[in-house]
Design a protein around this ligand. Structure first.
Ligand code: C2E
Ligand code: MG
Ligand code: MG
Ligand code: MG
Length: 279
């Protein structure tokens, strides 16, 4: 059974219910040990402004398991979320991101890191303490840490959530709306909540400027977000045509394979050296 779970044949949603149940349970057991066994790492995807200057990085989780191989975040993050394992895993991510920020600061690389915060983490009352203590441990200014949240996290916006976001924002943390345009929330949170940045989902960036619907949607999103005085990031930018369109239409920050894939820490440092000396 286990032999089937190698990198190439691994399927989480198999049609056979039995097999699916087994693999799910195995996945959960493996995931439970992932932090302690040091199987997790962070990769960093560069974010550049439209003049080509490096202005930030998104931390993206990677899981390398001895049997499963490298597991895609789209496969294990939902499982971590459903089981609550996202809380210890997410804590590891925040701590590692702060450790990395401190290393960058020492090298004079003065850019923020964005970390993804899942809906379950956002509901967790301990998130605030984790974030503050991780920043403090390394003497980091809170504005160096950006928290990416999704619209769906905000659907059942309880009063407690709003005040917790406000507290973190008051001490200087920045919030980004990730995958903007794909959630079920109303837009009113953009004025109610302390949001600094909106990330246009990759699905709207595909085929720019050739897809007329995406062209209209992206132009509207950029003008709305700019009108609110917030920053606009486009994700999934993988061609020069997309980049030029986004630049001409006022998008502030570009993230995607066109500039770089998510990079290991060492590769990110090399990338950063090139892009800070070039500009
Ligand atoms: P996301 O936050 O929207 O991250 C962007 C995803 O798009 C990343 O996938 C990135 O590799 C991919 N991407 C970036 N540029 C391009 C491009 O030009 N073309 C294409 N095709 N893809 C591009 P990744 O790393 O597989 O992560 C997938 C999702 O998993 C993330 O989506 C995020 O929702 C989640 N995730 C990753 N790391 C974490 C984490 O530490 N915590 C939580 N809660 N979720 C995470
Ligand atoms: Mg993200
Ligand atoms: Mg996204
Ligand atoms: Mg996404």
């Amino acid at each position: 059974q286990e032999a089937k779970l190698d990198r190439n044949t691994y399927r989480f949603y198999t049609p056979a219910m039995h097999e699916r149940a087994v693999t799910r349970i195995q996945m959960i057991n493996y995931l439970r040990q992932a932090v302690d066994r040091r199987e997790l790492s962070l990769h960093f995807q560069p974010q550049l402004d439209v003049s080509g200057k490096l202005v930030g990085a998104e931390a993206l989780l990677r899981w390398q398991h001895p049997v499963l191989g490298s597991v895609n975040p789209d496969e294990f993050i939902p499982v971590a979320e459903e089981t609550g394992l996202i809380i210890p895993i997410g804590t590891w991510v925040i701590r590692k991101a702060c450790e990395t920020l401190a290393a960058w600061q020492k090298r004079g690389l003065n850019i923020p890191v964005s970390v993804n915060i899942s809906p379950r983490q956002l509901k967790d009352v301990k998130l605030q303490r984790t974030v503050i203590s991780s920043l403090r441990e390394h003497g980091l200014h809170p504005s160096l840490l950006h928290l990416e949240i999704t619209e769906n996290s905000l659907v059942e916006n309880k009063e407690g959530l709003i005040s917790r976001l406000q507290n973190l924002s008051d001490i200087g943390l920045k919030f980004s709306i990730d995958d903007f345009g794909t959630g079920y929330s109303s837009l009113s949170y953009l004025k109610r909540l302390p949001i600094a940045e909106v990330k246009i989902d990759r699905s709207f960036v595909i085929d720019l400027p050739f897809d007329t619907q995406n062209t209209a949607l992206v132009q509207s999103i950029i003008s709305m977000v700019r009108g609110l005085g917030l920053m606009v990031v486009a994700e999934g930018v993988d061609s020069l045509e997309q980049l030029n369109f986004l630049r001409q239409n006022g998008c502030h920050i570009i993230q995607g394979f066109y500039h770089s894939e998510p990079l290991s820490h060492d590769h990110f440092l090399t990338f950063a050296e090139d892009y800070t000396s070039a500009s």
